[in-house]
Design a protein around this ligand. Structure first.
Ligand SMILES: [Zn+2]
Length: 167
């Protein structure tokens, strides 16, 4: 029998507040911020302990990941159209985004291997990290991770773990 557990990021307090800017977007190309939250769905079968995956463990991993992004400016490093370099003194990250240049203290940024700092790309990144860090058992067949950008709108990424041979 297929079972599923869900973590609601708003109700569980798995949130982060971050700045970002998007390339070639009407108003979102200007630096601005959101409060984001992270949702999770885990599908599979229950173990002999009648559990699919421990809620506490899931929330611990998600909180750790959200904490890495919290109160930072998200800089995508996987886009050849977005220049990401270091200032001469090495203290700032310099971002060239479609002719706009930002210089931001390194500790105020988080560099992510994504193409754009959209909710779609952030959810894909967090899904990959969750799968790597959550020590998932072979009973788990599918992971879905959603990132809400403010309340009421969000993007989901999912992975079928059997398809990639991870159990
Ligand atoms: Zn935005």
């Amino acid at each position: 029998m297929e079972r599923r557990i869900e973590i609601d990021g708003w109700k569980s307090g798995i949130r982060f507040s971050s700045c970002h800017m998007l390339l070639r977007h009407d108003k979102c190309s200007r630096l601005h911020g959101h409060t984001y939250c992270v949702h999770l769905r885990v599908t599979g079968s229950v173990n002999t302990d009648m559990m699919l995956f421990d809620f506490g463990r899931a929330k611990e991993v998600l909180r750790g990941l959200a904490g890495e992004l919290d109160h930072r400016t998200i800089i995508p490093t996987g886009n050849e159209e977005i220049g990401v370099t270091s200032s001469e003194d090495g203290r700032n990250v310099v971002v060239d985004l479609g002719g706009r240049t930002y210089s931001i203290p390194k500790e105020d940024t988080i560099l992510l291997p994504i193409r754009m700092s959209t909710a779609e790309e952030i959810s894909r990144y967090l899904l990959d990290r969750f799968i790597k860090e959550a020590s998932l058992g072979p009973n788990i067949t599918r992971i879905e991770l959603g990132v809400d950008e403010g309340m009421g709108q969000g993007a989901w990424s999912s992975m079928d773990l059997k398809a990639i041979g991870a159990g």
